[in-house]
Design a binder for this molecule. Structure first.
Ligand code: DGL
Length: 260
């Protein structure tokens, strides 16, 4: 058993979608969320830079006493999780685009994936998608500009709608029936996507699966906290604090400035 916090990081506010699931599924666990918004988006940076930023974030969380780290970012997971696991001794949980559930659900055998350039060009993503290419066509779309708008607090803007209409059009034309959200920021687009997509297209993302995996790894490593002591959720950001408060729909969160 361990009372230490779970560390969660993302290139910005997207991983809050995973934080919410972890808080709901593991109510006795304390968490420290690191939002590296100053360096967002990670997607176009190239693998070396993504690895360096992921190492810096993980080191910071470990220095703040975290017992396990959730890489709440598809781009960091698909580009850097092996290096993180090699470098540090704490367990790491990552997130990748949920191709498997989409492949199982799809009737048209055509699925769309909206993700960052860094995720779609990664070896890990290629390896995972190749497994399904025999009986599935995958329409990939880089979501250029979406992360930036969310980081600027423009989730519900006309600019966002215009971008999404542009990105969704070829997928709808290709008759996909599942859209995989391959970036944790995109989880917050779900209400808009519901309006923009035809009813037969299911939107798939995986914050809940990540929380389940976190729970099972904590149990396996005997790191769970089963006692209600003082449970604390701390948030650190080097970006705009109001965006975090908006997405969490609360002004009472324990939010501090991240100094890097
Ligand atoms: N939330 C990150 C992800 O899941 C966003 C990546 C970025 O910063 O480009 O990929």
């Amino acid at each position: 058993m361990s009372f230490k916090p779970i560390g969660i990081f993302d290139s910005g506010v997207g991983g809050l979608s995973i934080w919410k699931e972890i808080r709901d599924m593991l109510p006795y666990e304390s968490t420290i969320y690191l939002s590296d918004s100053k360096h967002a988006p990670y997607g176009p940076k190239g693998q070396k830079a993504i690895i360096d930023l992921s190492i810096k974030n993980s080191q910071w969380l470990i220095d703040h006493g975290c017992k396990l780290i959730v890489v709440a970012c598809n781009t960091a997971t698909t580009n850097a999780i092996d290096q993180l696991r090699n470098k540090f001794s704490v367990p790491f949980i990552g997130i990748e685009p949920a191709i498997k559930p989409a492949a199982l659900q799809s009737k048209t055998k055509k699925i769309g994936i909206l993700a960052t350039e860094g995720t779609l060009s990664s070896n890990l993503f290629h390896k995972s998608s190749e497994l399904y290419l025999n009986d599935l066509s995958i329409i990939e779309q880089v979501g250029d500009g979406i992360v930036e708008l969310i980081e600027q607090g423009k989730l519900n803007s006309n600019e966002m709608r215009d971008l999404l209409i542009k990105y969704l059009k070829p997928m709808i034309k290709a008759e996909i029936d599942c859209l995989v959200l391959g970036c944790t920021h995109y989880h917050f687009l779900k209400p808009i996507l519901k309006e923009l997509l035809p009813k037969n297209i299911n939107v798939i993302d995986s914050p809940e699966a990540v929380a389940r995996q976190t729970k099972s790894v904590l149990q396996r490593c005997k790191l769970s906290n089963n006692e209600v002591l003082k449970v604390e959720s701390q948030f650190y950001t080097n970006g705009n604090q109001a965006v975090i408060e908006d997405l969490l729909k609360s002004k009472k969160v324990k939010l501090k400035k991240l100094e890097f």
